[in-house]
Design a binder for this molecule. Sequence first.
Ligand SMILES: Nc1ncnc2c1ncn2[C@@H]1O[C@H](COP(=O)(O)OP(=O)(O)O)[C@@H](O)[C@H]1O
Ligand SMILES: [Mg+2]
Length: 347
Amino acid sequence: MFFSPEPKTKIEDFFNMEEELSEFKEKLNMGKLIIILGLRRYGKTSLILTGLNSLGLDYIFLDCRLLPSGMFSLNDFLHLLEDELNRKSWAKNVLSNIEGVSVSGLSLKFRKRNQNVLLNVLKNLEKKVLVLDEAQELRRSNYRFDYLLAYLYDHVNLKIIVSGSQVGLLYRFLRVEDPEAPLFGRPYFEIKLKKLSSQKAREFLEKGFEQENLKVSSKIIEEAVNKFDGNIGWLTYFGYSYTKSGEPIDKILDRASRLSVSEVKHALNVYGLGKKRYVEVLKIVAGGSNLKWSEIKRGVEAKLGKIPNNTLSNILKNLIDQGFLVKVNGEYSITDPILRAGILKYL
Ligand SMILES: Nc1ncnc2c1ncn2[C@@H]1O[C@H](COP(=O)(O)OP(=O)(O)O)[C@@H](O)[C@H]1O
Ligand SMILES: [Mg+2]
């Protein structure tokens, strides 16, 4: 069913991304490191899981958002890995005889939680796929995961898929173009997910409602296509909610916008006392249309007093890297209309 809310894992539930899917398979076949990019809810996790399942590959899928907030340790990462290994029936066989791992009955446990065990385990995942979903989170550790990735790249016969909604942050972590960085010079493949065209969005909703045996007028479909702007995750959210409750679009949209603001708030927590300025910048950009740097500066200063130029530049850069703002021809706007509505009303 298209409207089931969790990330898709099966081709039957996966709407019309044949192009992306075949690109995924092709690049996975050719490369060792695949980078999947796209804003929140563009379908990255669904593409990865559906792609790997349809290829019948064994994989380890680590959702890096599940790591503790703030700085986390190698120990935390090993917990995440251990949990995922316990979900895979093949893992106990593959890892039963290696140092540092004990397998008893149904469960697998790391005897120690250090780099040796981590490397031992990963070395034994030959020919498998390691997925680091939302990998920009890995930068929040003193353990250097960029070195780990480079080591795996060079020495272990294993494919690595990383995904990121916060594209700028992901690249700040990977630094694939930085000659000083461990991953520099390793060939990699990139897949960028885009939003659906209005025609595809319409088709997605029509087919989805058909699967639910629900007749929905073309007026409502049209309105939803306009308001949810080709974001497959929001369209799914709409389809799911409408099927369940029949609520008016604006009510569903309002809930969606509140959800997206709670993600912004969470993401801005890292700035501590500086958060106030980030909030103000987002409100000013959301309240205008395609604002210039100087207009944003004036707006912030009117509310919060003087702000140094480099501070403002830094805030704008971070918000872009986090996927909340885009800059086109020197003008700034919010990346997603649902988020924009949420910022205006709830931030
Ligand atoms: N190709 C697709 N077909 C049907 N539903 C999809 C598809 N891609 C994503 N979705 C739905 O959209 C939402 C967001 O997808 P997800 O894969 O979690 O996105 P991301 O990982 O980019 O944030 C989920 O509810 C998912 O079920
Ligand atoms: Mg995801």
